[in-house]
Design a protein around this ligand. Structure first.
Ligand code: AMP
Length: 344
């Protein structure tokens, strides 16, 4: 039975994506990438660079291409193993846009109206395009097209996974089918990493510490973390401090207890805590920086990795689309047009 259970556990499929909308930061790492990389040993992992999604904010060809490459370099340098995980660009599987349309037809508009992430982004000045509003439908298609079971994400994505569950059930119910498993989200300890200002760390808040920042630039960011104005000699509360919250992500329990003790004892300034945080960030990410620099010199390899991952992902997506088309009465997957015309 134990062996049987193990076999079943192996079949769990994980799916997640990251937008190439800027440099990846500690929020992305501790909320998402770290668990993505760990989970490649626990089941079938599909991870993609969400370049269709990024189009709502990145509308410059060169920048989108560069940022896509950057995300790929980050994942590979941080330890993604291509023998274990399928790693690809979202746009290498265009079928996902077709599935998004199919899902939109069985999704109530009210569901999207309740999306807090959309409201949040618009409030921050991102253009309220139809694409931005439609984001949860495309995201549901991303997940469902690989018939995924578990979606490892940060807390800000949980509502979108709930919506995906609704859409999967709605499709299955409407077409009396069982095409889609109903997926679940998975959170890591860093489900909501605070930024320099204490709000959620986010590329669009300009409050990030980048995973691959180093030297003076990194120091400048760490030193600018906002703290309160408690005088140096007074005791301080680690539980309300941004520096301490970030320190917890990169240190051991003993190191955290030690730093918490220094906060509470007083005569200890936030500047010292920031220096300790900086050291731990260097220690945690230092080894990955070298690997990234090595990979940067071999972008041909990175592009070939993405092309191969894209082909593997697309094969899987096309299998799902056969079932979707059949269930919904859309006819078979079309043969490539050139092939069809050539045979006439
Ligand atoms: P995105 O940048 O929206 O593509 O996010 C990529 C992944 O990082 C998603 O799983 C997010 O939930 C996660 N993420 C982004 N910011 C944070 C944060 N501040 N704390 C935890 N997870 C985050």
């Amino acid at each position: 039975m134990a062996a049987q259970e193990k076999k079943e556990a192996k079949k769990v499929r994980f799916l997640s994506g990251v937008q190439p909308s800027g440099k990846l930061h500690l929020g992305n790492y501790f909320g998402a990438l770290r668990q993505h990389i760990a989970l490649q040993d626990e089941g079938e992992a599909f991870y993609f660079i969400a370049n269709y999604h990024a189009m709502t904010t990145v509308q410059d060809r060169g920048l989108l291409e560069q940022q896509t490459l950057d995300v790929a370099l980050d994942y590979l340098a941080l330890g993604l193993d291509l023998k274990k995980a399928v790693f690809f660009r979202q746009s290498d599987v265009p079928e996902v846009a077709e599935l998004a349309w199919v899902l939109s037809a069985v999704t109530a508009k009210g569901l999207l109206d309740r999306a807090t992430s959309y409201k949040d982004k618009v409030q921050r000045g991102i253009a309220p395009s139809v694409g931005l509003y439609y984001y949860p439908v495309l995201m549901a298609a991303d997940i469902l097209i690989y018939r995924s079971h578990v979606v490892p994400v940060g807390e800000d994505q949980v509502q979108h996974i709930e919506m995906t569950r609704d859409m999967a059930q709605s499709f299955n119910r409407t077409y009396k089918s069982e095409v889609f498993p109903v997926p679940k989200h998975r959170l890591d300890v860093g489900a909501k990493v605070p930024g320099l200002d204490g709000q959620k760390m986010s590329k669009s808040y300009d409050n990030t510490i980048e995973i691959f920042q180093e030297g003076k630039a990194l120091r400048k960011r760490v030193m600018s973390i906002v703290t309160d104005s408690t005088p140096l000699e007074d005791p301080k509360d680690p539980d309300t401090c941004n520096v301490f919250a970030l320190f917890q992500l990169v240190s051991s329990k003993e190191e955290q207890d030690e730093l918490a003790g220094m906060y509470r004892a007083g005569n200890f300034g936030y500047g010292n805590a920031k220096k300790m945080l900086l050291e731990k960030i260097d220690e945690t990410f230092g080894p990955y920086r070298e690997e990234r620099k090595r990979l940067e010199k071999d972008t041909g390899f990175v592009m070939s990795v993405l092309a191969e991952g894209g082909a593997r992902a697309r094969a899987e997506a096309q299998e799902t689309m056969k079932l979707v088309r059949e269930a919904a009465g859309l006819g078979q997957m079309p043969v490539p047009a050139a092939e069809l015309l050539g045979s006439r």
